[in-house]
Design a protein around this ligand. Structure first.
Ligand code: DC
Length: 239
């Protein structure tokens, strides 16, 4: 049916800005689909690693991309292991395995390749064509969902983003020095902000949301508040 329009909330921002946790909670509050696009790039980085393909080998990574299937699912209610999303790599649940900081780095590298971005963006657009979504990543407001009713560029001070990453890494049972995390975060930020294709930047009409010093609940409340303010309720379902 032509003219179908679903609610779309786009969230972009650098590493550790709080996008994933906030987006999942907003999705829960509004009853819409949460889409973690970073998880898709991470799954590709994992698939390449397992096949012994170097992340810097563009041709090899693209070959891997066309051999695998990546699927995102809502975590089953009551699963309760703290995951934000279930990620299936050709049917295998890799939701936790992709969270390590090495795969964050791998995802940051493989996401620079044109063929990789083209394929991922097409998958992401297809997801949003069929349901109301809150989607987070680096190029959602600028490339994937340029028509989103709400576009947010979420940011926070570097020190705070590094601290949040450290907490996440500790939760995974891994240890890492703050100085190392800081280096990792700044390297990824720089790569993503300066890459040729779809660099990370706020969309022209983005709402710049600085989450420094704000709790997760406060950020969630602000976004849900904005949806209500804009009276986007009618977009919750197909219209
Ligand atoms: O959000 P994240 O850390 O899980 O994302 C992992 C990497 O994937 C990120 O460092 C850059 C890349 N990415 C991207 O290029 N475009 C997106 N829409 C999402 C992630």
């Amino acid at each position: 049916v032509q003219g179908r329009r679903f609610l779309q909330i786009a969230i972009d921002g650098p590493v550790g800005a709080g996008k994933s946790t906030v987006a999942r909670l907003v999705a829960e509050r509004l009853g819409i689909l949460y889409v973690d696009t970073g998880a898709m790039y991470r799954a590709l980085a994992l698939a390449a690693k397992r096949r012994g393909v170097d992340w810097l080998d563009e041709k090899g990574v693209v070959e891997v991309l066309h051999k695998i299937e990546i699927k995102l699912e809502s975590p089953l209610r009551g699963k309760g292991d703290g995951r934000n999303v279930t990620v299936l790599l050709t049917g295998e649940d890799v939701s936790w395995e992709i969270r390590g900081s090495d795969l964050g780095e791998g995802a940051s590298v493989v996401s620079q390749y044109p063929e990789v971005r083209k394929t991922m963006v097409a998958m992401q657009k297809a997801i949003a064509a069929n349901s109301a979504v809150i989607m987070e990543g680096r190029d959602i407001g600028t490339r994937v969902l340029p028509g989103a009713q709400i576009k947010i560029y979420m940011d926070a001070d570097l020190e705070e983003r590094v601290k949040r990453k450290a907490v996440q890494i500790r939760k995974l049972g891994q240890s890492s020095k703050i100085s190392e995390i800081k280096k990792d975060v700044t390297t990824r930020d720089k790569r993503e902000m300066t890459r040729k294709i779809d660099p990370l930047r706020p969309a022209k009409d983005a709402w710049i949301l600085d989450t420094t010093g704000l709790s997760i609940e406060m950020v969630v409340d602000r976004i849900v508040g904005r949806v209500k303010e804009l009276e986007l309720g009618s977009f919750f379902r197909e219209i």
